[in-house]
Design a protein around this ligand. Structure first.
Ligand code: UD1
Length: 387
C-alpha cells in the first residue's frame, strides 16, 4: 500500500508530524510513504524549523510553489502535483487542514483517480468568504475517508449528506503533537525565547524577566484583520494603549502582518512601545512555552484556539466566527469570539482577565489520533472497502 501525504503551510506541519511517526512505528512494513511539501510556506522559521523540531522526515518531493495569489498557488500546485502522482502511483493521498495545498492536491488526486483521505474533516465556519472555508468544502466533498476531530464536525458532515461509512471520528491530531512536545516546551526559558527571536535587534526588551501568568501573547495573520488599514490601526491602538499597559505583550509577527504594519506606518509605534516585545514567527516548542505561561492569548489562529482549550489558557479569538466551536467557552472551552471591533475586544479582555486557567479535553483529544487514523486507513485498504 502506497500513501502519499501532503503538507504546504505552517499549520499543516503539526498535523503531519504524528502521522509520520505513527507510520514509522506501526505500519512501516505494510505501507510505503511519500511525503510531499508544496512549498507554500518556505521561510526557515515558517517551515524548515518545524520539520527539525517535530522530527518530520525530509520531504521526498518539494514542489517549490511559494507565494502568489490564491489562483496562482492552487493552479501551480495542481500542475506540479499531477506530475508527482503520475510518477509515484499512490493508492491513497492524505491531506491535512484547510490551506491552499490541501485543496489543490485533493482536486488533483481525485482527477487522477486516487483515493483521498482528509485529516481534520468537517470543520465549518459558515463563512464562505474565508479561503480556508472554500478549501474545506472542496476537500471534504471529494474525500473518500473523512477523519473528523470532534462530534460537531461529524454532525456537519452528516448534514451535508456524506455517507456514514466515510466519516471517522478519530479526535484531534494537533493534540498528539501537543502531548508529544509539552515536556520539551516546559523546559524553555520565556525570556530566552523572546531575546533569541527579537524582530528588531535594536529593540531593548526593557524587561529582564517574564513571569508565568503575567504576560499576554498576540498573533494575527488573517486578511480580515491585517489587510485593512482602519481595522489594523484600531487593534494596534488597543494593544499599545491598553494591553501593554497592563502587562508585557509578546507578539510573534507573521510575514504578511509585518508587511502590512510597515505599509500602514504602524511598525515604528509598536517597536517604540516599551512593553511590546515583537519576535519573528516562533518555533513549535517556543509557541507552546508561551501558551503554557500566558495570562491571556489574543489570536486569529484556529490551531492556537485548540491548544488554548487543552491548556486552559484564556483566549480571545479575533474573528466573528469559528470552524472550531468545540473550543468556545459555551462548549466548555477557553476561547471567546470577539471579532475585530475594539469595544467588544476590550469588554471580553477585561472579563477574561478574571478567569483562571481551566484545561479542558474534548472527547478523543488524547494524543492517539494518528494511530486511529492509520488503523482505519489500513483496514479500509485491506478489506477493499469504499471501492
Ligand atoms: C496560510 C493559510 C492559512 C494559515 C496560515 C498560517 C491558505 C489559504 N491560508 O495563510 O490557513 O492559517 O497560512 O500561517 O492557505 N510569506 C513569507 N514566507 C513564508 C510564507 C509566506 O514571507 O514562508 C509571506 C508571503 O509574502 C505571502 C504572505 O506571507 O504572500 C502570505 O502567505 P500565504 O501562504 O499566501 O498565506 P498565509 O496568510 O500565510
Amino acid at each position: 500500500m502506497k500513501i502519499l501525504s501532503v503538507v504546504g503551510a505552517r499549520p499543516n506541519f503539526m498535523k503531519i508530524a504524528p502521522f509520520c511517526r505513527a507510520l514509522r512505528h506501526g505500519k512501516a512494513n505494510v505501507i510505503e510513504h511519500v511525503l510531499v511539501h508544496t512549498g507554500q510556506h518556505y521561510d526557515e522559521n515558517m517551515s524548515d524549523a518545524f520539520f527539525k523540531e517535530l522530527g518530520i522526515p525530509k520531504p521526498d518531493v518539494n514542489l517549490g510553489i511559494g507565494s502568489g495569489t490564491h489562483a496562482e498557488q492552487v493552479g501551480n500546485t495542481m500542475i506540479a502535483f499531477e506530475k508527482v502522482i503520475r510518477e509515484r502511483h499512490p493508492d491513497w493521498v492524505v491531506v491535512v487542514g484547510d490551506v491552499n495545498a490541501t485543496c489543490a492536491c485533493s482536486i488533483t488526486a481525485k482527477k487522477e483517480g486516487v483515493k483521498l483521505a482528509h485529516i481534520e474533516a468537517g470543520l465549518r465556519s459558515g463563512d464562505i468568504s474565508m479561503p480556508e472555508e472554500i478549501n474545506r468544502l472542496v476537500t471534504d466533498r471529494l474525500s473518500d475517508l473523512l477523519f473528523a476531530p470532534d462530534r460537531l464536525s461529524c454532525e456537519n458532515l452528516n448534514r451535508e449528506g456524506v455517507p456514514k461509512e466515510r466519516i471517522k471520528f478519530v479526535g484531534n491530531i494537533m493534540i498528539d503533537t501537543l502531548e508529544a512536545n509539552r515536556s520539551q516546551a516546559e523546559r524553555l526559558s520565556l525570556m530566552d525565547v523572546v531575546v533569541t527571536h527579537a524582530l528588531d535587534l535594536k529593540q531593548d526588551p526593557g524587561i529582564d524577566v517574564l513571569l508565568d501568568g503575567r504576560f499576554a501573547v498576540i498573533t494575527l495573520h488573517r486578511p480580515s484583520n491585517v489587510d485593512d488599514r482602519r481595522t489594523l490601526t484600531d487593534i494596534v491602538g488597543f494593544l499599545t494603549n491598553e494591553v501593554a499597559r497592563d502587562m508585557p505583550l509578546i507578539w510573534p509577527v507573521h510575514p504578511r502582518t509585518l508587511e502590512r504594519l510597515n505599509k500602514f506606518d504602524l511598525w515604528n509605534g509598536i517597536i517604540a512601545s516599551p512593553n511590546i516585545l515583537t519576535t519573528k514567527p516562533l518555533g513549535y516548542h517556543e509557541m507552546l512555552r508561551m501558551n503554557l505561561g500566558a495570562k491571556v492569548i489574543l489570536t486569529d489562529s484556529g490551531g492556537l484556539q485548540e491548544e488554548c482549550c487543552v491548556l486552559g489558557t484564556p483566549c480571545l479569538t479575533l474573528r466573528w466566527n469559528t470552524e472550531r466551536p468545540v473550543t468556545l467557552r459555551e462548549h466548555g472551552g477557553a476561547s471567546s469570539l470577539v471579532g475585530n471591533d475594539v469595544k467588544k475586544i476590550r469588554e471580553e479582555y477585561k472579563s477574561i482577565l478574571e478567569n483562571e486557567r481551566q484545561p479542558r479535553r474534548p472527547e478523543l483529544w488524547d494524543g492517539h489520533t494518528a494511530e486511529r487514523i492509520l488503523d482505519e486507513l489500513v483496514e479500509t485498504c485491506t478489506n477493499h472497502r469504499l471501492t
